[in-house]
Design a protein around this ligand. Structure first.
Ligand code: ADP
Length: 170
């Protein structure tokens, strides 16, 4: 999509390791609120990521292929506020599930406002069905052989099963 000065661009940052239906819901709702929403995948090296940043980008592009105002990008080793400025974004979108998200998320929002007062953080409350869903729990359930269908997009499930098959071998 062409960028114009009047566009309202939002950044939705996170690890997305993996992308869950909770993230997808926030992104699709954000895509209705803003002219463009950039899913910004944090590519800082983690000790044990399930999926590489490149895989996470590929999956997210696949999932949002039909939603043209969703962009997918990675960022690393840079302040989120600087990345947001670089992308011309006015808003950071974050999802809020339970009370437990609140403290961390408000700390982050206040720090980001301190660093960049013109950048606004907008919280979107998770849908009830996704209120218990986290990437970490999905990974734990999957690692112990539990089903992840309905918790993540089919593209993520396929990738997780491929990964499992590679580990287990023929
Ligand atoms: P991080 O690695 O920063 O914890 P995540 O990739 O887990 O980020 O999540 C990115 C954002 O999505 C965060 O704001 C998080 O609170 C939100 N989020 C994660 N899971 C859900 C969910 N099930 N429903 C709504 N928001 C969610």
């Amino acid at each position: 999509m062409e960028q114009t000065a009047a566009q309202r661009i939002a950044i939705y940052p996170g690890s997305f390791d993996p992308l869950t239906n909770g993230h997808v819901d926030i992104i699709l709702r954000g895509a209705r609120l803003f002219d463009r929403i950039i899913v910004a995948i944090l590519a800082n090296p983690e000790k044990t990521p399930l999926l590489t940043p490149a895989e996470r980008v590929e999956i997210a592009r696949d999932v949002f292929r039909g939603t043209p105002n969703v962009d997918v990008d990675t960022f690393a080793d840079v302040l989120l506020v600087d990345y947001a400025r670089h992308r011309g974004a006015l808003v950071i979108v974050r999802g809020l599930r339970a009370v437990s998200d609140f403290e961390y998320e408000t700390q982050m929002a206040l720090m980001n406002r301190h660093l960049s007062p013109e950048l606004e953080t907008v919280f979107m409350v998770s849908s009830a069905a996704n209120a218990y869903l986290s990437s970490r729990l999905v990974k734990e359930v999957f690692a112990l052989g539990g089903p992840v269908a309905g918790l993540v997009p089919p593209a993520v499930e396929r990738r997780m099963q491929e990964r499992h098959a590679q580990k287990v071998g023929p």
